[in-house]
Design a protein around this ligand. Structure first.
Ligand SMILES: Cc1ncc(CN)c(N)n1
Length: 239
C-alpha cells in the first residue's frame, strides 16, 4: 500500500469526527453563532500566518525548483485567495475582517502552530509536508462531502465557503492535497519503517489538531488563567 494511502486510512476516524463536528454541521445548515465565527476567523488568521512561515521553511529544504514552486504558489494562495472564506464568515457575523486580524493565539492555535514549527525545525521536507497536509486535505474532504449532500445551496449563507474549499481549480487546496500526497510518497521511499512512523505521527497529530481547532472556535476556548482576549498582540511573544 502507498504510504499516503496508509495515512488516509488511519486518519479516517478523525476525518469522520471532523465532518460530524457541530461547527462543520453548522456550516452545513447555515447556522452558527456569531461568537464562534469571529473566534474562528481571528484564530485562523493567526494560524495561516504561521502556515506561510512554515511554507517558507519548506522552501529551504527543497532540492529543486519544481518543489519550490509548489510552496511559492501556496504562499500566494493564502495571501490572496484564502482571505475569501474569512470574508464569508465575517459577512455572516456582521464584523469587519480587519478587526479580527490581531487575535492572540488561543491554546489550540498555539499547539497547532508549534507542532508545525517543530516539524520545520527538527524534520526534513517530508516531515513538514506531513504536518501541513491535514489542513488542505480535511477542508477539501469536508467541502466535497457538503457539496455531495447539496449543502452548498443558494439558501445556505456559507455556500461560498463550501464552494471555495470544494473547488478543484488549479490553485486550490484540492489540487494541493493530491500534490502533497504524491510528494510524500516520493520522499517516503528514502526512509525506514521507524522514521516513517514518526512522519505518520506528525500527520495524525495535525489531523487531531484540525478537530481541536473546530472545537476551540465552537466553544471559544481560551487560556484559563491568562486569557488571550485580555491581551493585546504587542504584549505577547510573536513567532
Ligand atoms: C486550521 C485550518 N485548517 C485548514 C485550513 C484550510 N486551509 C484552514 N484555513 N485553517
Amino acid at each position: 500500500m502507498l504510504f499516503s494511502e496508509e495515512l488516509k486510512q488511519n486518519a479516517t476516524p478523525i476525518l469522520s469526527a471532523i465532518e460530524d463536528h457541530p461547527f462543520v454541521q453548522g456550516i452545513a445548515t447555515g447556522t452558527l453563532p456569531k461568537e464562534a465565527l469571529t473566534f474562528y476567523v481571528g484564530q485562523d488568521f493567526n494560524y495561516l500566518n504561521a502556515f506561510i512561515k512554515v511554507y517558507a521553511a519548506a522552501v529551504e529544504k527543497c532540492r529543486d525548483r519544481s518543489d519550490m514552486a509548489i510552496f511559492n504558489e501556496q504562499i500566494n494562495f493564502i495571501l490572496n485567495s484564502e482571505i475569501h472564506p474569512h470574508h464569508v464568515f465575517c459577512n455572516v457575523a456582521g464584523v469587519p475582517y480587519e478587526s479580527l486580524q490581531h487575535a492572540v493565539q488561543a491554546p489550540m492555535t498555539y499547539l497547532y502552530n508549534e507542532h508545525m514549527y517543530n516539524a520545520a525545525r527538527t524534520g526534513d521536507l517530508i516531515d513538514i509536508v506531513a504536518a501541513m497536509l491535514p489542513c488542505p486535505w480535511t477542508y477539501f474532504e469536508i467541502a466535497n462531502k457538503l457539496i455531495a449532500e447539496g449543502k452548498n445551496n443558494d439558501a445556505n449563507v456559507f455556500k461560498d465557503w463550501i464552494d471555495f474549499y470544494g473547488s478543484i481549480a488549479d490553485d486550490t487546496d484540492a489540487n494541493l492535497s493530491d500534490r502533497f500526497f504524491a510528494l510524500i510518497d516520493r520522499e517516503a521511499a528514502n526512509y525506514n519503517a521507524a522514521r516513517l512512523a514518526v512522519i505518520e505521527r506528525r500527520f495524525m497529530r495535525s489531523c487531531e489538531l484540525e478537530w481541536d481547532f473546530w472545537e476551540q472556535a465552537y466553544r471559544q476556548q481560551d487560556w484559563q488563567f491568562t486569557p488571550a482576549k485580555n491581551l493585546r498582540q504587542d504584549q505577547v511573544i510573536q513567532h
